[in-house]
Design a protein around this ligand. Structure first.
Ligand code: HEC
Ligand code: HEC
Ligand code: HEC
Ligand code: HEC
Ligand code: HEC
Ligand code: HEC
Ligand code: HEC
Ligand code: HEC
Length: 498
């Protein structure tokens, strides 16, 4: 018997003792240990730096998978388990392609050549457990010691670990785009706070979702990394996502797990500011509806077509858009944009590549691929004109409403007066104030700071228009103000009403 196997059996005996003492994580681990007869692996060469790879290449049984049957069976269904064959059958396989399609120092904490890159052996084909977890030799030979190979959830363009070590470059620039997105940036104000972590910090999010598996950076604050949205071991959803992006009620979709915070006014500091209201906007439920005022507006009645089953990928249709950018002059491939900047209508650089920068709203400066690519809108001009028509109507109405609210309470949301977030009763003026902010909501842009209405105009123009009209009517009636002149105040319920 090989030396490594003697050690394993010794380790396994110790393990059994551990298992009978502590209740087992994965009962099948024990079964496997009891029936283990054949060798789990051949001693790897020095150069492999402790990486083990497959026990059985044919059946894709990883060494780790002998004991961790849960992760093994999930992982076997992912594209990672077919990465070598995908490369070979592409007809373009070359040596320099192999690093990202095999087990080696990419993805984990190793920085020197290891696994496939050091040995070229077949057992290291595909993106296996150790690609993320790092070398398993020590853990497998003495699992009773604390040598557990934990995987990182951190990633970044300059990191020498994490998904981004492979998911980068012009053909799949996930990490480059993600790093510059709102998800790739840790907001140091909410991060680390109870009540905020559940959406704003990776570890807090995973804990809220009941994912308690240990990882390398336990306790460190991380933004919304790849492993927040994607289950590293696989899932029944497309692209290993932890939640579906479509085919479900909108509240169940991935994005809505976080983008659904303060959608109606609440008592207290910030209570009159919407906080990520996108889900409820699409669903016709965001905003203050003036209950009992006789204004004919009810939650859930005006669902935008963008939030209906007609839009299968929901948020992702507009915010996760894949586009190939070719050189305008030569037609040659330049860049595969993978939509991981999460911008719906991103600004373009001089080559036509989406960026994370801001720019004016025009058809020259921005990509409208998300609107036209899915086959919903046929022309960029058409969709641009719909967007700017809605935004300029909102702008007029918000200006009117703002002027009325200043008459009601000159210091607006400052302490005291009709608009006072610390007063538990939501007044008509407060409801109207919230609706005004909702119309102008787009990340950090609020009426007091600068105006952008494109988000609300895309998410649910019909609802927002009705909320603004109702707000103006209610404020005029409640506070005996003179009705605004020159503004079309008839209640027009547009298409999308259902
Ligand atoms: C011989 C069986 C065996 C093999 C093979 C094995 N492990 Fe483990 N592993 C265990 C046991 C048993 C534990 C639990 C140890 C403990 O909790 O103290 C464990 C724990 C872990 C944990 C922590 C789990 C948790 O919830 O705390 C990770 C991660 C892990 N192993 C990864 C791996 C990886 C990666 C490989 C392959 C390189 C591997 N294991 C191979 C038996 C094995
Ligand atoms: C920097 C790491 C890296 C290198 C180098 C690399 N790939 Fe990949 N490859 C990836 C990643 C990551 C994916 C999956 C990304 C995606 O789905 O967009 C992938 C996916 C693929 C796929 C599957 C695509 C599909 O549609 O299923 C093929 C085929 C492929 N690569 C071939 C190649 C070839 C050929 C080369 C060399 C010319 C190469 N790769 C070099 C990282 C790499
Ligand atoms: C693409 C990266 C990646 C691959 C491939 C991967 N893991 Fe993991 N694994 C992680 C990360 C990240 C965590 C911790 C966070 C989480 O589960 O989301 C983890 C957690 C674990 C845990 C802890 C508890 C649990 O059951 O989730 C075990 C055990 C484990 N992995 C074993 C494996 C085995 C066995 C394989 C191969 C069959 C594997 N992993 C493949 C990244 C990966
Ligand atoms: C060692 C390189 C490597 C690492 C590390 C890695 N990947 Fe991959 N990943 C690939 C390759 C290569 C493919 C494409 C395989 C194919 O289609 O043949 C892929 C495919 C995928 C796919 C499926 C794409 C599809 O077309 O459905 C997802 C999702 C994914 N990876 C996410 C992740 C996440 C999340 C992590 C980190 C937790 C990660 N990967 C770490 C190389 C890697
Ligand atoms: C906020 C959630 C979120 C985060 C964070 C995220 N992704 Fe994704 N990812 C998605 C969604 C949504 C899709 C689209 C799935 C679809 O349309 O089928 C996707 C698709 C993918 C795919 C499949 C692409 C294909 O060709 O089908 C890969 C690979 C991937 N992501 C890798 C990554 C990596 C690597 C990171 C971190 C750098 C990352 N993702 C971060 C949500 C996320
Ligand atoms: C785990 C929680 C979570 C999930 C899931 C999530 N997001 Fe986010 N999202 C956030 C947080 C937190 C921010 C950044 C907030 C900040 O500015 O600090 C953010 C930022 C954004 C931004 C940029 C906002 C800005 O002002 O720049 C967009 C757009 C976005 N998310 C869309 C999506 C889409 C689309 C999905 C689904 C594919 C999604 N998000 C899934 C939590 C999440
Ligand atoms: C239910 C999930 C969730 C919770 C809980 C949450 N947030 Fe957020 N927050 C988000 C999302 C998603 C965004 C992205 C902003 C957007 O929609 O534009 C965001 C954005 C922000 C922003 C940036 C907004 C801006 O105007 O620039 C700040 C600051 C913020 N949140 C603070 C907090 C604080 C402080 C807490 C805890 C008291 C908290 N958040 C709790 C989901 C949440
Ligand atoms: C019909 C397309 C569409 C759908 C569907 C959609 N959005 Fe948007 N979203 C937009 C547009 C357009 C903007 C304005 C972008 C701008 O001003 O640059 C926007 C703005 C945003 C913003 C403000 C930050 C930013 O990038 O300006 C967030 C956050 C956001 N959307 C999240 C979501 C979420 C979460 C969903 C699903 C519940 C969703 N969106 C559904 C088109 C859409």
């Amino acid at each position: 018997m090989r030396k490594s196997n003697e050690r394993i059996l010794k380790g396994l005996a110790a393990l059994l003792a551990v298992f009978t003492a502590v209740s087992c994580v994965d009962e099948k681990i024990v079964e496997r240990i009891v029936e283990v007869e054949r060798e789990l692996f051949q001693t790897p060469s020095e150069a492999a730096a402790g990486m083990l790879g497959y026990t059985d290449i044919e059946t894709k049984l990883t060494v780790c998978g002998n004991c961790h049957v849960g992760p093994q069976s999930k992982w076997a269904t992912t594209a990672h388990a077919d990465a070598w064959e995908g490369l070979q059958s592409s007809g373009h396989a070359q040596e320099f392609c192999e690093g990202c399609h095999t087990v080696n120092e990419l993805g984990n904490t190793l920085t020197e050549l290891a696994g496939y890159n050091a040995t070229g052996e077949d057992r290291y084909h595909d993106v296996q457990c150790e690609s993320c977890h790092g070398p398993g030799l020590e853990h497998v030979t003495s699992p009773e010691d604390a040598n557990i190979p934990l995987a990182p959830i951190a990633t970044g363009v300059d990191n020498t670990q994490g998904c981004g070590e492979c998911h980068q470059g012009a053909h799949h620039p996930f990490v480059e785009q993600w790093e510059n997105s709102g998800h790739g940036t840790l907001n140091s104000y909410p991060a680390g706070r109870d009540g905020c972590n559940g959406c704003h910090e990776a570890g807090g999010v995973l804990a809220r979702w009941g994912e308690t598996a240990p990882y390398l950076e336990q306790g460190e604050l991380q933004p919304q990394t790849c492993a927040v949205c994607h289950d590293p071991h696989g899932s029944p959803n497309p692209a290993q996502l932890r939640f579906p992006i479509g085919g479900v009620e909108i509240e169940q979709n991935l994005c809505s797990q976080c983008h659904n915070r303060r959608t109606v006014p609440e008592e207290g500091f910030h209570g009159l500011h919407p906080h990520s209201p996108e889900t409820a906007l699409l669903n016709g439920e965001a905003g203050f509806f003036f209950p009992g005022s006789g204004i004919d507006l009810e939650p859930g009645r005006i669902i935008a077509s963008h939030g209906s089953s007609g839009n299968e990928r929901l948020c992702a249709t507009c915010h996760v858009v894949f586009t190939t950018v070719n050189d305008a002059a030569t037609g040659e491939f330049l860049f595969e944009s993978v939509g991981h900047g999460f911008k719906a209508i991103p600004c373009l650089d001089q080559d036509g590549i989406p960026t994370s920068e801001d720019c004016e709203l025009s058809t020259d400066t921005r990509s409208f691929e998300g609107c036209t690519g899915a086959g919903c809108h046929t022309s960029v001009e058409g969709v641009f004109s719909a967007l700017t028509t809605a935004t300029s109507r909102f702008q007029d109405q918000v200006t009117t409403l703002h002027d009325l609210l200043v008459q009601v309470d000159p210091n607006l949301e400052g302490v005291g007066g009709e608009i006072d977030p610390n007063n538990p009763v939501i007044t008509t003026a407060e409801g109207a104030y919230f609706n005004m902010e909702l119309a102008a909501f787009g990340g950090s842009n609020r009426p007091s700071v600068g105006l952008t209405y494109a988000g609300a105009a895309a998410h649910n123009p019909f609802l927002v228009e009705q909320l603004l009209r109702a707000s103006i009517n209610a404020v005029v009636a409640e506070y005996n103000l003179s009705p605004p002149v020159g503004l079309d105040m008839g209640l027009v319920l547009g298409k999308g009403l259902n």
